[in-house]
Write a protein that binds this ligand. Structure first.
Ligand SMILES: Nc1nc2c(ncn2[C@@H]2O[C@H](COP(=O)(O)OP(=O)(O)OP(=O)(O)O)[C@@H](O)[C@H]2O)c(=O)[nH]1
Length: 952
């Protein structure tokens, strides 16, 4: 209870006593007592009206009542006091004193009064206790139960008494006498018990005084037995207790009305409309620690509709709430607080700078206000600036040059690690000092003068000077650049000074040159350097009329070493090879690493005779190969490596470029590789001719596929009785200049260059179209069509889809299509081969193994592959009558095929004797010139006496 309340109460009391004194007329004090009673009644009426008004408002608004008791009890209290006020106003005066109705009414009045006293005292004490800083939620709960229990008991008593009176069982006079004093004593005991929970000495005394007054009043009623003095005492106690009650109710009603009004119109209350929309959060808190008002900005930040009546800690970040009791104590001691808090808001994590200001003197002593500013953006900006600053500092620190930033007063603002190192001082020892503070003036002679020049110049001042920053420290020639740093108004705010060590620069330049012309791993000249030297060598040979030679050396199977022992060992071998090559040649010759495992040796001054030059270089090459015979020791591990060497001799009058020379040596090296490796080959113009011819053929073939110069020929496949059973599709190239080109001349090239895929698809499509046409005629519909498939074509991604697509598009019957595979196709992944064959087999496509017996024949594959047919190679058939072993092989193949239930086609059959031999050994299918050569389709059909329907 605040001091101001007490003061008003004493005033009222004094006013009442004065009034009573003025109106008292008799000496016994009866008039005085009656006057006092009337004054009390006036106070009670006031309290009743206030409570009634407040209770009504609560009912209408449906808002919570007092801090603790809640709406139901306050409404109950209002009704009780209202009833009491009505009774007070009317009945006692009308009824005869001492009559039964008067007694009854007085009893009712006393009971109602007791209830009101109980409610108000419980509520006040409970809310005071709840708002105390150390309040425990469980204790509040317990209080709630007690208060509700007490009120319910009082109500039950009222009902019981009323019932008793109605039945005439209760002594009305006795009841009237005891109910009120007992109620007063109950309140008195309650107040005395709870007074210890009140914060502050004065609050506790007020409660105890109230309890004492009630006790005295009760004692006077019980013991006084109607004496004047007892009545006087009773009325005085009443006067005190009820005036407190009335005052508390009036004040509480007024406070809640004001809060409500202020909540609805806070700007009106404060005259601070701008505060409501201001971009700062405002939270006002009363002395009990409850929030009285929070502005819109604060509510938006927290994402809540209202904070009124919530504890003030709701405006704090959860992590700070445990500090609240300590802060509250400091605020109550008059200290303001300032701190930063981070909160999770509906808009994300935000940072606030919060100040807590205590109320000015004269206002609610413990009220305070929280003012919060959103500093999220500032924090973000500060973070970014700090990040940029640290990036800049690391950048400047990483610069090998000396970087120094001076302020306008010549003091060091920043310097990088290179400067610290050379000066021999720590960063902290340098910053804030001048050149002379650091004793550098004598060591940087023109510092002062150049600083001045830089300040006055619009462009950087650059000069060179020999500097030594510390005793016995590094001394060197530096290039110094000084630039003035200016503010927007042109005023010089600082000076940036960069010192570059010129010796360091020349070292760096040399290193760059080294990296540019030498191989990092072996330290040998690199390709670039070699090209330069070769260019000079070509010119020198021409001028002097001498010969030189170029050796292109590639290590054999170097990849295997990398894969088995690791790249580190591979690197070691490359270094060792470099050393051996150097040891194999004269000091003037050039050994270069061309790239990967390729080295190039340039042997110069081989004399003016080509034969001599070739002999010399041959000995050099032999020398190299011999040296490679010694194992290489790689980190203690012995390893054998061999080279393949291509050699070209140059120097005659032929004008060759560097590129052409390298190409020749490279070609020769490839020849050495093809010859089985670990050997040498000299360039021969024939090599070039072959390479050129291949290149031309490749480009012609590419063009031929594009221009439709390829043609499909058909060779008949016959049965034992000489009837046509099918055909094999064979490609031919009708070259515009060279005429008909046979497959043997271009299939290998097509296979190597990948052109085989397009070529194979063309043959497959043409053959399938023919098969579809044959299907339309009864005379040809049973014919089969064999198509050759090369390994590269078969292993090409999408081969299966391609074949099935062609079959579907042409409408050919897949059961009549036979794909001829060769044995070298099995060298790859056999599982994958079987898988692909099965996919096509499932759609009806048949398979034939071509050239059986000449290649990689593994009988186990015959079991695994889903084959339909074997074709005996022509080499066995041609000599089957003259060569006993060929005859044995043919018989074996036929027996094998028979036992595996495979069909056999004998290829290359050229006469009837061969047919007889094959038939007598069980062969049923034949192909060869004896039955017909490969011919274009028109001729094929004419020869076999049928014509297929052909679209116009
Ligand atoms: N350790 C190491 N390996 C390298 C370096 N440069 C290239 N290589 C490897 O050298 C190998 C060169 O292989 P090739 O010359 O193509 O093949 P090879 O195994 O030598 O076979 P042939 O030349 O046909 O005898 C590749 O595996 C490259 O990855 C290098 O600097 N260090």
């Amino acid at each position: 209870m605040h001091e101001i309340h007490t003061r008003i109460m004493w005033c009222l009391l004094a006013g009442g006593v004065l009034l009573a004194g003025l109106v008292s007329t008799d000496a016994q004090g009866v008039g005085f007592a009656r006057a006092l009673q009337t004054w009390i009644q006036v106070l009670l009426l006031l309290a009743a009206l206030a409570t009634l008004g407040w209770g009504g408002r609560l009912l209408l608004q449906g808002t919570a009542g007092s801090a603790f008791m809640g709406r139901p009890l306050w409404v109950c209290s209002a009704v009780a006091l209202g009833g009491f006020a009505v009774l007070l106003a009317l009945p006692l005066r009308l009824s005869e004193h001492g009559s039964r109705p008067a007694l009854w009414l007085e009893l009712a009045v006393n009971i109602l009064l007791s209830i009101c006293l109980l409610i108000v005292s419980i509520d006040l004490l409970s809310s005071a206790r709840r708002n105390s800083p150390g309040a425990v939620p469980r204790a509040s709960h317990w209080l709630h139960l007690q208060s509700n229990g007490a009120v319910l008991t009082a109500l039950a008593l009222l009902v019981a008494v009323t019932a008793g009176v109605a039945q005439g069982l209760v002594d009305l006079e006795g009841m009237r006498r005891y109910v009120l004093p007992l109620g007063m004593l109950a309140c008195c005991a309650w107040a005395a018990l709870q007074s210890r929970h009140f914060a502050g000495q004065s609050g506790r005394w007020t409660v105890l005084r109230l309890a004492a007054a009630l006790a005295v009043g009760a004692a006077a009623i019980l013991l006084g037995a109607g004496s004047h003095w007892a009545m006087l005492l009773e009325q005085a106690a009443w006067c005190y207790a009820l005036s407190v009650l009335a005052l508390v109710l009036v004040m509480a009603s007024l406070r809640h009305s004001l809060v409500g009004w202020a909540s609805a119109h806070p700007a009106r209350l404060q005259g601070e409309e701008w505060l409501e929309q201001a971009p700062i959060g405002v939270v006002r808190v009363d002395g009990s620690g409850a929030i009285v008002h929070a502005n819109r900005t604060q509510l938006d930040w927290l994402g809540v509709p209202s904070l009124v009546d919530q504890p003030w800690t709701e405006a704090l970040a959860p992590s700070l709430r445990n500090q609240a009791p300590d802060w509250l104590a400091r605020l109550r001691a008059g200290q303001s607080l300032a701190f930063e808090q981070s909160m999770d808001t509906p808009q994300g994590l935000r940072h606030f700078q919060t100040d807590i200001l205590v109320a000015p003197q004269g206002r609610d002593a413990h009220a305070f206000m929280l003012l919060s500013h959103d500093v999220s953006m500032q924090k973000l900006m500060v973070g970014r600036v700090q990040e940029q600053q640290s990036q800049l500092v690391s950048l400047v620190s990483a610069i090998p040059d000396l970087v120094v930033l001076k302020g306008a007063d010549g003091r060091f603002l920043h310097c990088n690690q290179a400067f610290e190192r050379l000066v021999g001082l720590a960063h902290a020892q340098i910053i804030g000092r001048t050149t002379s503070d650091l004793g550098l003036q004598g060591r940087m002679p023109s510092d002062w003068e150049t600083d001045l020049r830089a300040r006055n110049a619009n462009t950087p001042v650059v000069y060179e000077e020999t500097l030594q920053f510390a005793d016995n420290g590094y001394q060197g020639r530096f290039e110094i650049t000084k630039s003035a740093i200016r503010a927007a108004n042109g005023e010089v705010t600082g000076l940036l000074c960069i010192c570059r060590d010129l010796a360091e620069r020349s070292r760096a330049r040399k290193e760059i040159e080294r990296l540019e012309f030498f191989d990092v791993l072996t330290g040998l000249p690199n390709r670039r350097m070699l090209m330069d030297r070769l260019e000079w060598s070509i010119i020198a040979c021409k001028q002097r009329g001498t010969y030189a030679a170029l050796l292109f050396i590639d290590l054999d199977n170097f990849k295997d070493l990398n894969d088995s022992l690791g790249h580190q060992k591979g690197d070691r071998l490359l270094c060792e090879v470099g050393k051996r090559l150097i040891a194999s040649v004269r000091s003037g010759d050039v050994v270069a690493r061309f790239g990967g495992d390729e080295f190039v040796v340039l042997v110069e001054n081989l004399g003016a005779e080509r034969v001599q030059a070739e002999a010399h270089v041959r000995s050099v090459v032999e020398h190299v190969i011999t040296r490679f015979k010694q194992p290489f020791v790689l980190d203690g591990q012995s390893h054998h490596s061999t080279p393949s060497i291509g050699v070209t001799v140059f120097g005659d009058q032929e004008s060759l470029t560097v590129q052409e020379l390298l190409k020749r040596a490279d070609l020769a090296m490839y020849e050495a590789k093809s010859a089985g490796r670990n050997t040498q080959r000299f360039f021969d113009p024939q090599m070039q001719a072959i390479v050129n011819a291949r290149a031309n053929l490749e480009s012609d073939l590419r063009q031929a596929i594009h221009d439709g110069e390829l043609q499909v020929y058909y060779q008949p496949v016959m049965n034992g009785s000489g009837s046509l059973v099918g055909a094999e599709a064979l490609v031919r190239w009708r070259h515009p200049a060279r005429g008909l080109v046979m497959p043997i001349e271009f299939i290998d090239l097509a296979e190597q260059t990948g052109l085989i895929v397009d070529l194979g698809n063309f043959v497959m499509r043409t053959a399938c179209e023919q098969l579809a046409l044959w299907a339309a005629s009864p005379s040809t519909q049973a014919l089969t069509m064999s198509v050759n498939v090369s390994p590269r074509q078969f292993h090409n991604q999408g081969f299966v889809d391609e074949v099935l697509g062609i079959v579907a598009q042409t409408g050919a019957n897949p059961a009549r299509l036979k794909l001829e595979l060769t044995e070298n196709l099995l060298l790859g992944d056999v599982n994958e081969t079987v898988n692909r064959m099965r996919q096509l087999k499932e759609r009806g496509v048949g398979f034939s193994l071509d050239d059986f017996g000449v290649g990689y024949s593994s009988l186990s594959y015959l079991k695994r592959l889903p084959l339909d047919q074997l074709k005996i190679d022509r080499s066995f058939v041609s000599d089957v009558l003259s060569d006993v072993s060929d005859a044995v092989i043919v018989r074996t193949i036929l027996a094998l095929a028979h036992s595996l239930e495979l069909e056999v086609v004998a290829e290359g059959v050229e006469n009837s004797e061969q047919v007889d031999f094959l038939v007598s050994n069980g062969c049923k299918r034949f192909q060869g010139f004896h039955f017909g050569r490969p011919v274009p389709i028109g001729e094929f059909e004419r020869l076999h006496g049928f014509a297929s329907f052909r679209p116009a």
